[in-house]
Write a protein that binds this ligand. Structure first.
Ligand code: PLP
Length: 234
């Protein structure tokens, strides 16, 4: 089977499963954005997925993403690139040069670094999600739940950033359904303060149906569409 046919088949299956999960939850499938995570896969795969109708792509490493975006150049108009990986502060400027959305902002110093980077590069403001840790130990990436309100306020007050919502990765040990219920409550609290922060980014290949049931409006799917990554993700 050609790579194109393989991607087409898996993409169709994921789209169908997203639609089914939405139907079960009584939600409109148009409420859920599918971000295809192309990390570790070549730009040629993103180009094929573009032909198949994908417009939102997720990447987790600055250097790799920047090269991929440059390689695709003007051939993929309308694409939005999402940074979903852990961020070093000294990479904010580079990330702001290719990303339309940064989903993994988890500390005040990063907010300040992106605000400065976007004000210097000019152009469109940057869409930002706060990544929250559901582990509650702050050692893995993600802000502690109690730190989310102040971070959200800081983003909302930044001239060049737009607060879009909340992102999370399910904790390794916990039951994802429980974790996602807790996440949905954190998102409700965020929306009470910031009504336009409507995005809830949760759900990956193994659990996107559970996340949709809990209110996710953005699922980040890699393996189920592209296959197993050549090396483990960071
Ligand atoms: C790699 C990655 C994904 C995609 O994971 P899959 O299990 O391959 O679908 C989603 N979100 C984040 C933050 C990731 O790093």
């Amino acid at each position: 089977m050609s790579r194109r046919a393989e991607l087409a088949e898996r993409l169709a299956s994921v789209r169908e499963q997203v639609a089914e999960a939405c139907a079960r939850a009584g939600r409109d499938a148009r409420e859920v954005t599918l971000v295809v995570v192309t990390k570790f896969f070549p730009a040629s795969d993103a180009a094929l997925l573009y032909e198949l109708g994908c417009r939102e792509f997720g990447e987790s490493r600055d250097q790799e993403a920047r090269a991929k975006v440059a390689e695709l150049g003007d051939s993929v108009p309308g694409v939005r690139w999402h940074m979903i990986g852990q961020i070093q502060r000294n990479k904010a400027k580079s990330i702001a040069s290719w990303a339309h959305v940064v989903q993994s902002v988890d500390e005040a110093r990063l907010v300040a670094a992106f605000e400065k980077a976007v004000s210097e590069r000019g152009g469109q403001p940057l869409d930002v999600l706060v990544q929250v840790s559901l582990d509650g130990d702050g050692r893995r990436s993600g802000a502690l739940p109690e730190d989310v309100p102040a971070l959200a306020d800081q983003i909302a007050a930044s001239e060049h950033l737009r607060l879009q919502g909340l992102m999370a990765i399910p904790p390794l040990a916990a039951d994802p359904a429980q974790a996602y219920e807790r996440l949905a409550r954190l998102h409700d609290a965020l929306k009470a303060d910031h009504p336009s922060a409507t995005t809830l980014s949760a759900g990956m290949s193994g659990d996107f149906a559970t996340a949709i049931a809990a209110g996710s409006s953005c699922v980040r799917v890699g393996t189920a569409i592209l296959g197993a990554r050549p090396i483990p993700s960071p």
